[in-house]
Design a protein around this ligand. Sequence first.
Ligand code: HEC
Ligand code: HEC
Ligand code: HEC
Ligand code: HEC
Ligand code: HEC
Ligand code: HEC
Ligand code: HEC
Ligand code: HEC
Ligand code: HEC
Ligand code: HEC
Ligand code: HEC
Ligand code: HEC
Ligand code: HEC
Length: 449
Amino acid sequence: VDRVKERKSLYLLPLIAVLAVSLFSLWSMGENRAQAAPKESCVSEKCHSKMGKEKFVHGPVATGDCGFCHKSEGKHSFKPIKNVGALCYECHDKLDTLKAVHKPVKDGNCTGCHNPHQSPNKFQLQAEGAELCFRCHDKKIAGGKFVHGPVAVGSCSTCHNPHQTNFPKMLMAAANDVCYACHGDKQDEFKRKKNMHPPVADRCTGCHNPHSADFKFNLVADSKRDLCFTCHVDKKDEIAAATVKHGGLETDKKCLACHDPHVSNFPKLLSAAPADSCMACHDREYKKGNYTVANMKEVLANNKDLHGPIRQKDCSGCHNTHGSSNFRMLREYFPALFYAPYDERNYKLCFMCHEKNLAKQEFTTTMTNFRNGNQNLHFVHVNKMVKGRTCRACHDAHGTNNPKHVRDAVPFGAWDLPVNFQKTENGGKCVPGCHQLFVYDRTKMFTNR
Ligand code: HEC
Ligand code: HEC
Ligand code: HEC
Ligand code: HEC
Ligand code: HEC
Ligand code: HEC
Ligand code: HEC
Ligand code: HEC
Ligand code: HEC
Ligand code: HEC
Ligand code: HEC
Ligand code: HEC
Ligand code: HEC
């Protein structure tokens, strides 16, 4: 609205100026009067005959007032116009009052863009749309495989002011507001979500080229991964260094299989709650070499008593989704086998969250509840130099139907060795494939025969 108003007043001001100047020159300058040639003498069939014939004719040219701009020095000899900008400003508002002024405007090179007389283009422009800008700027910026909507139709001035602005890069508005002017739907979507990716808040052009690019959505690099690695170099290194790689990173969507590039209601820009984002894929089995990765959705559905972190939907408590150098992409070491010699470091994974002295001492009344009297049964099973049972011999890390995450059975070679655990008030009993019925009681040692 302001621009329209401006334009209207602009229309009037120069008109008054032109009238005043012409009246003044007619009235006062007797000497000049002879040379301030009457209209007919400049534009006739013989001379300057094309002047005023194009679609858009500049105001003073239309009124035939050549003399305002061309001062004669005698017989049809005209001084070259030295400072075109200053000349234009005689009738037009100054265009160099804001913080940033376009170089040609600053230089007074108005005719770099406007024909002073006439043109087939509106505002007597030297060319139309983007072609005007390409008189001085490299066309390459619009030459990518994917061209942004407004650039494709040559509309540079929807984002850039050709004369002056208060914002960097001759933009019409501050940073992302330029984009939101048209992508208001995105602004609304972004506002509704809790967490914004810092570079999005910073500037859209960190990832999107506003003009054109060789990648879909005008991205400055391949959206799927290379784009992310341009900033997340440490992630790139971490993923490259992992010896146990995750197939989840290798689908078509690459990083976007789990992350939203802009905003999210979940931590770490995940597209869904942490565990749910895993289930987008882990609702079926996968082959990895000759090993079959279990259908986790089914595993969790079939086990009523889920392990603490899983109840909190936190798979990342144990797995590093981007890959790791431990078995099953675990964050810390965990033995893959049924037996392992005792070493506290073998169970680093579990000891991230649990008592690390649970299998250290033969006798205890505090370190564990897996006791017969004060005899530590974790010590008995786990703490051996040869054939120490690993945690997996009795526990399942995801969930079980038995209390204390004791499993029904454990793979032992080709056999599913049953555990047959039963919890009692002060202890429990089991008849595993390994030995006969054993009972334990914390309050009063039970004597097994
Ligand atoms: C608003 C100012 C303005 C008015 C009014 C104006 N000119 Fe010009 N004219 C210019 C400028 C600026 C140039 C280019 C700068 C220079 O070469 O000195 C120019 C250049 C010219 C040239 C040189 C060749 C060319 O086309 O570039 C001719 C001839 C000319 N004008 C004729 C006229 C005639 C005839 C009129 C009146 C019908 C007229 N001008 C009115 C500003 C004006
Ligand atoms: C003698 C006074 C005068 C001078 C000097 C002058 N103009 Fe103008 N200009 C006018 C008038 C009068 C109009 C017509 C107003 C209208 O139609 O809105 C006009 C219109 C324009 C328009 C079109 C505006 C529109 O809204 O359509 C442009 C662009 C323009 N002039 C640029 C220039 C440039 C560039 C120069 C310097 C080379 C210049 N003018 C010098 C008086 C002048
Ligand atoms: C880089 C190219 C460029 C230069 C240089 C330039 N203009 Fe413009 N000018 C434009 C364009 C493009 C428009 C049309 C704006 C629009 O579409 O809203 C325009 C419009 C105008 C208008 C009419 C509309 C308005 O904004 O009021 C005037 C008057 C004008 N210019 C004067 C000038 C003067 C005076 C100079 C030199 C001091 C100049 N221009 C230098 C590109 C330029
Ligand atoms: C007459 C020549 C000319 C034309 C036509 C022209 N420009 Fe420029 N433009 C320049 C020059 C010179 C610079 C300064 C370049 C530099 O500093 O490297 C510049 C700089 C710019 C910049 C960068 C400003 C900054 O802060 O870095 C933008 C954006 C720009 N022009 C946009 C446009 C657009 C959009 C158009 C068409 C409406 C256009 N230009 C037409 C000459 C022109
Ligand atoms: C959708 C808005 C938009 C459109 C349309 C647009 N630009 Fe830009 N342009 C920008 C933004 C935003 C920047 C600043 C980029 C940055 O900061 O990385 C920019 C920067 C520039 C620059 C400065 C180059 C640089 O790398 O610093 C030039 C020159 C330029 N644009 C010219 C044009 C031309 C010519 C057109 C029309 C073909 C055009 N622009 C259309 C938004 C736009
Ligand atoms: C003048 C309006 C306008 C402005 C300003 C604008 N855009 Fe666009 N943008 C469009 C149009 C029109 C399309 C094409 C829509 C389509 O193809 O569905 C588009 C498409 C896009 C697309 C691709 C979307 C798709 O579905 O293919 C992205 C990404 C985009 N714009 C980002 C930006 C960014 C970043 C900015 C700010 C630098 C910006 N836009 C500013 C009008 C605009
Ligand atoms: C960190 C990089 C990054 C930043 C910063 C970024 N985007 Fe995107 N944007 C992307 C990626 C990646 C895609 C492609 C999404 C896909 O493939 O599903 C995309 C797609 C889009 C699309 C088209 C698809 C859609 O979701 O509708 C639009 C529009 C868009 N972005 C707008 C914006 C706007 C506006 C901003 C600034 C407020 C912005 N983007 C900032 C990375 C980014
Ligand atoms: C322009 C640089 C840039 C690009 C490109 C980029 N990021 Fe980021 N990203 C950041 C910055 C800065 C942070 C905040 C600091 C940090 O955590 O490293 C961040 C943080 C994150 C976070 C953690 C958010 C949190 O809540 O802690 C995730 C996840 C993320 N980015 C994923 C991605 C993905 C996926 C891509 C590719 C689609 C991507 N980033 C592309 C700069 C970038
Ligand atoms: C299979 C799902 C998945 C894929 C694919 C994925 N991530 Fe993540 N990403 C996650 C999860 C889950 C977290 C949260 C980890 C946590 O809470 O410790 C995360 C966290 C991050 C973080 C935050 C820092 C951190 O490590 O906690 C960054 C940065 C990140 N991812 C970048 C990427 C990049 C880059 C890609 C593509 C190479 C990618 N991610 C692919 C699931 C994924
Ligand atoms: C985009 C699909 C996808 C998503 C999402 C996904 N995964 Fe996977 N995951 C796979 C595929 C495919 C495999 C088997 C092939 C492979 O790893 O090479 C796999 C294998 C695994 C393995 C076994 C690795 C091994 O070496 O034995 C674990 C553990 C795993 N994923 C955990 C997770 C966790 C935790 C999440 C959520 C944070 C998750 N995955 C999300 C696709 C996905
Ligand atoms: C307390 C640690 C822990 C948590 C939390 C955890 N896992 Fe695991 N996960 C493991 C361990 C340990 C293994 C190796 C089990 C084995 O070989 O007996 C494993 C194995 C896997 C496997 C390979 C399955 C197979 O075939 O044996 C997948 C897939 C998997 N986890 C996905 C997930 C998902 C999805 C979540 C979140 C819902 C999750 N994990 C949470 C510790 C955990
Ligand atoms: C990320 C932390 C974390 C890791 C790693 C972890 N756990 Fe847990 N564990 C928990 C939480 C939380 C609970 C629930 C405690 C509660 O409900 O009081 C729990 C409960 C248990 C229980 C049942 C305890 C009870 O008193 O009911 C057992 C058994 C168990 N975990 C075994 C393991 C084993 C074996 C490992 C290694 C494979 C392991 N945990 C790794 C966090 C973890
Ligand atoms: C021989 C089977 C067996 C093995 C091997 C075993 N546990 Fe247990 N664990 C149990 C039983 C049974 C309980 C339940 C004790 C009770 O509350 O009655 C238990 C309880 C626990 C608890 C709950 C807290 C406590 O100590 O009472 C944690 C935590 C735990 N085990 C972790 C581990 C870890 C870590 C490993 C491997 C280092 C491991 N267990 C090895 C059988 C075993």
